[in-house]
Design a protein around this ligand. Structure first.
Ligand code: NAD
Ligand code: UDP
Length: 329
């Protein structure tokens, strides 16, 4: 009998790649999404696949699934700072109410649930690199608080369902991940810089560009998440690439890779933008035998090729309709 998995956020960047991976592993996959930041384009290659079903649904509302479920992967949530600043209440609701619904479903179906947490639970970290035992430095009432605190609540309620109801849980703390199927206009630095190169615009570095990030290619991230889903470890695990770079050097790297000669212009650093970020992945190495394999230049080239291959109007698209309609409500 094939195992059955529900993946929320299935029309998004990470969710759609996880759908592909679980199908490849022989699962029956149900994707769920309300398309607020995701797109049908990310799932169009699966049309007619008998092992894949899709339900359009907002996970902050009660979730009803007929039949058995072995796994739930809860990935629904805006993930880009620009997105969650535009839809702050929806972001808080999907992390809290949406997670509660997924946990209730896991309990009812006796399923294992894996939730997508984030390096943002460490906030603007005072410990570097960040390991799982660091409690973080988050400003609850700052602009990023809606995302960071939703994710911290998500971890807390997940652990409560584990200790109180004995639901098998997995918690992945995802560090900046990139690759094909990101939205060109979602504001995250990689699509932003690549889009600016394609449109021949100047690259916008926020602050002086000395803040750092550590970028993980999608295939490495999916491998880490898959292995965690198959483990029996119920505490948080960092999955990310420890190769760290300043945003200014990163802008120069993108200019070089795209053979562009635009200028770098400096804009204000958004409030509470973390100054440093690099995962300590010792736990993932020990527990899952996992470490990233894709060099940043290799992953970036694949990502650049993906964006360059999109119809040109997508390079200029500001929002997609669902997002626009939602904001106007
Ligand atoms: P994404 O915006 O591409 O995907 C999120 C998906 O969730 C979208 O398809 C969106 O429509 C859907 N969604 C949002 N609210 C929903 C709701 N209420 N009901 C149903 N669907 C809803 O973002 P992503 O980068 O793929 O991120 C996926 C998950 O991974 C998120 O939980 C995010 O917090 C987490 N994460 C991602 C990164 C990263 O670098 N990509 C880093 C840390 C954590
Ligand atoms: N950033 C930038 N220019 C942009 C977009 C982002 O300099 O056009 C910076 C941003 O301030 C942050 C880093 O790039 O320091 C990564 O931003 P992103 O939104 O991708 O993710 P974050 O890690 O902040 O959630």
């Amino acid at each position: 009998m094939k195992k059955r998995v529900l993946i929320t956020g299935a029309a998004g960047f990470l969710g759609s790649h996880l759908v592909d991976r679980f199908l490849d592993e022989g699962y029956l996959v149900i994707g769920m999404d309300n398309f607020i930041t995701g797109s049908t384009d990310n799932l169009s290659h699966l049309s007619g696949n008998p092992n894949f079903d899709f339900i359009e649904h907002d996970v902050t509302e009660h979730i009803d699934i007929k039949g058995n479920l072995d796994y739930i992967l809860h990935f629904a949530s805006p993930a880009s700072p620009i997105d969650y600043l535009k839809i702050p209440i929806q972001t808080l609701k999907v992390g809290s109410l949406g997670t509660h619904n997924c946990l209730g479903l896991a309990l009812a179906k006796k399923a294992t649930i894996l939730i997508a947490s984030t390096s943002e639970v460490y906030g603007d970290p005072l410990v570097h690199p960040q390991s799982e035992d660091y409690y973080g430095n988050v400003n609850a009432v700052g602009p990023r608080g809606v995302y960071d605190e939703a994710k911290r609540f998500q971890e807390a309620i997940t652990m409560a369902y584990h200790t109180f109801h004995k639901v098998p849980v997995r918690i992945v703390r995802i560090f900046n991940t990139y690759g094909p199927r990101m939205r060109m206009n979602d504001g995250r630095v990689i699509p932003a810089f690549i889009g600016q190169c394609l449109r021949k615009e100047n690259l916008t570095v926020f602050g002086d560009g000395s803040q750092t990030r550590s970028f993980c290619y999608i295939t490495d991230q999916v491998e880490g998440i898959y292995r965690l889903s198959q483990s029996n470890y119920s505490q948080p695990v960092n999955i990310g690439n420890p190769s760290e770079i300043s945003i200014l050097d990163f802008a120069k790297e993108i200019l070089q890779l795209t053979s562009s000669n635009q200028e770098i212009v400096f804009e204000g650093l958004p409030k509470d933008d973390p100054l440093k970020r690099r995962p300590n992945i010792d736990l993932a190495k020990k527990l899952l035998g996992w470490e990233p394999k894709v060099l940043r230049t290799v992953g970036l080239q694949k990502t650049i090729d993906y964006f360059a291959g999109l119809p040109e109007e997508k390079w200029y698209q500001v929002e997609h309709k669902k997002f626009d309609d939602f904001i106007k409500k």
